[in-house]
Design a protein around this ligand. Structure first.
Ligand code: CU
Length: 173
C-alpha cells in the first residue's frame, strides 16, 4: 500500500517536471505563432544577405486546423520591391526555382516553406537583411484573409528558424 503510494508520488513528480519542460519550450516557440481563422503561421525566418545581395527568401510553417483547404495566394513586404511565391523543382540534376500561383494548405495539414523547397522570394531588397533583425511580411490567404507576420533574420547559412540562435546543438554559421 505504502510502496504503491510512493510509486504514484514519484510518477507524479516525474510527470510534473516533464510537463514543465514541455510547457516552457512551448512558450518559447509559441511566442511568434500567428493565428488567423483556422490557420497558424509559425517560425517565420529569413537568411541574412551576403554583401550587396538584393534578393532574399523567407520561410515559415502554416498549419491548417480547419475542415476546409485554404491557399496562400499573395505575399507583400515593405522590405523589398517585389515579393512572390516560389518553389524548387528538379530539372534533370539541376534544382531550379519556379514562381507558383498559390500554395495550398489542406485541412489538418501542415505546410513548411524551407530552404530547397517553397519560399517567399524577395527581389529588390530595400536594405540588406541583417542577422538578428526582423521585418514584416503580409501573407494573404484566400479564405482566412491577410495577416502580418514578423520574419526573424537568421545567419546567412542557417538551415532553419533556430539557425540564428546558439542552442548548443549546432553552429549557426
Ligand atoms: Cu526563389
Amino acid at each position: 500500500m505504502f510502496k504503491g503510494m510512493m510509486k504514484t508520488v514519484a510518477m507524479y513528480a516525474a510527470f510534473s517536471v516533464w510537463s514543465l519542460i514541455v510547457f516552457t519550450s512551448y512558450l518559447a516557440s509559441a511566442a511568434d505563432d500567428i493565428h488567423i481563422g483556422d490557420l497558424v503561421v509559425k517560425q517565420a525566418w529569413a537568411r541574412a544577405t551576403i554583401g550587396k545581395g538584393t534578393t532574399g527568401a523567407a520561410y515559415f510553417t502554416v498549419m491548417n486546423n480547419g475542415k476546409t483547404a485554404d491557399c496562400l495566394v499573395s505575399v507583400e513586404t515593405a522590405a523589398a520591391r517585389r515579393a512572390g511565391l516560389h518553389t524548387h523543382i528538379m530539372d534533370g540534376d539541376v534544382m531550379k526555382m519556379r514562381p507558383v500561383e498559390a500554395i495550398e494548405i489542406a485541412p489538418s495539414a501542415m505546410v513548411a516553406l524551407k530552404p530547397g523547397g517553397g519560399h517567399v522570394m524577395m527581389m529588390g531588397l530595400e536594405s540588406p537583411l541583417d542577422k538578428g533583425k526582423a521585418f514584416t511580411l503580409t501573407l494573404t490567404f484566400e479564405n482566412a484573409g491577410p495577416v502580418d507576420v514578423t520574419v526573424h533574420i537568421a545567419g546567412a547559412a542557417a538551415k532553419s528558424h533556430t539557425g540564428g540562435h546558439s542552442n548548443g546543438h549546432h553552429k549557426s554559421d
